[in-house]
Ligand binder design. Structure first.
Ligand code: UD1
Length: 366
């Protein structure tokens, strides 16, 4: 099949798209692929690194308040639809897939106008603005949290698939990748990261607790987010405990995750898909700055199943965080139970479920 995929901004929209593309490739279902994204999001780097053809369109998000900037946004939106239309006419896709972020609104909408089959993927428990808009036009809406289904009015379009990134990581086994970054293979590892862009409030708490990690029996891999890395380095004392490593970003997260005992971080939907596919217990500190507080809802779904615990950002301190990490790390049996509960939530055939719907849509259109 000939496929255009569009999703942008943050890793949470891009990695599921990439996972779906990789699965289509692995099943030899792809005749040709094109990814459409922006210059400003993380997608250009991630997608071109994966050697997938990439086209750029300019678009920006609407401000929720009425501002003059929205006039420019509307102008850019109309221009981007016209650009998307040209890209689609040239590429002639059998289907167009949107995984969220402003850029996908133009591409998927333009495809719908050209009567090309369309499907969107909603990763979160509360649907994003883009997907809510596109939900009115697309043929199918794939979703990963049962709660998301209540937010789209056309129920016939809905199909539960889980998040394609879950299938990509589900069968990975522990490997020695942590040693390559200077950590030991005989110690349990706590991975701390604030989503794909890092999170300053989490970084601040972690900077304070790091000196105390020296006396603990586990090791910590702290990923700051690229934009925060220099600032974090400046705030840390020059000698790091031997059981701590700090990185700006991990390019190949799936290679690291199977070796991790506990994750501390934001509750972005794609991170959750990965953690539940592998059954990794987590301490979530949801971002309060996202639409309709959706990360709290994402996290609650796991907390209710005793697969994770949650610390609201308003209650986050270094002391509280370290206490919570220690409490879990000294109870291997509790961690093991959380692991099992987490794994029960994972949808390990998510890409295949989505591909099945795509094949049906293409067959129907022929
Ligand atoms: C601030 C914001 O708007 N966050 C949203 C964004 O989060 P964000 O982009 O942070 O998304 P997620 O936490 O869902 O996913 C992060 C992705 O980046 C990867 N990763 C992360 C760090 C790293 O060093 N290397 C790496 O590869 C993770 O493995 C994961 O695949 O999209 C998610 C999915 O729609 C939403 O649920 C989040 O609310």
């Amino acid at each position: 099949m000939r496929v255009i995929v569009s999703g942008g901004g943050t890793g949470g929209h891009i990695y599921p798209a990439l996972a779906l593309i990789k699965r289509l490739q692995a099943r030899h279902l792809l005749e040709s692929i094109l990814y459409v994204g922006t210059k400003t999001g993380l997608e250009q780097k991630i997608i071109t690194q994966a050697q997938i053809p990439f086209e750029v369109i300019d678009i920006q998000g609407f401000k929720r308040k009425l501002t003059w900037e929205n006039v420019t946004t509307v102008k850019l939106f109309l221009q981007s639809i016209s650009r998307a239309r040209k890209i689609i006419q040239k590429f002639q896709p059998d289907i167009v897939v949107g995984t969220g972020g402003y850029v996908s609104s133009a591409v998927v909408y333009a495809a719908h106008r050209q009567k090309i089959p369309t499907i969107i993927h909603e990763q979160n428990s509360i649907a994003g603005l883009t997907n809510k808009f596109l939900g009115h036009f697309v043929d199918k809406i794939a979703y990963a949290f049962p709660e998301a289904a209540t937010q789209f009015s056309e129920k016939k379009k809905l199909v539960f698939t889980g998040n394609p990134r879950a299938q990509e990581v589900a069968h990975l086994k522990p490997n020695k990748r942590l040693q390559e970054i200077g950590l030991r293979s005989d110690l349990a590892t706590v991975l701390i990261f604030g989503g794909s862009r890092g999170a300053a409030p989490i970084n601040r708490a972690v900077i304070q607790l790091i000196p105390q990690v020296a006396r603990l029996s586990y090791q910590v891999l702290f990923v700051t987010g690229k934009v925060h890395y220099e600032k974090v380095q400046k705030q840390l004392s020059s000698t790091l405990p031997a059981n701590v490593r700090i990185l700006p970003y991990i390019d190949d997260m799936p290679a690291i995750l199977p070796d991790v005992a506990l994750v501390v971080g934001r509750s972005g939907a794609t991170s959750i898909a990965e953690l539940t596919a592998l059954g990794i217990p987590a301490i979530f500190i949801p971002s309060p700055y996202v639409t309709h507080d959706h990360q709290t809802k994402n996290a609650q779904a796991l907390v209710e199943q005793h697969a994770a615990v949650m610390i609201p950002e308003s209650e986050l301190t270094a002391t509280r965080l370290l206490q919570q990490i220690n409490q879990l790390m000294i109870q291997p049996q509790l961690l093991a139970k959380m692991q099992q509960r987490s794994q029960k939530i994972g949808v390990v055939d998510a890409s295949d479920r989505m591909i099945k719907v795509m094949l049906e849509l293409i067959a129907k259109a022929k």
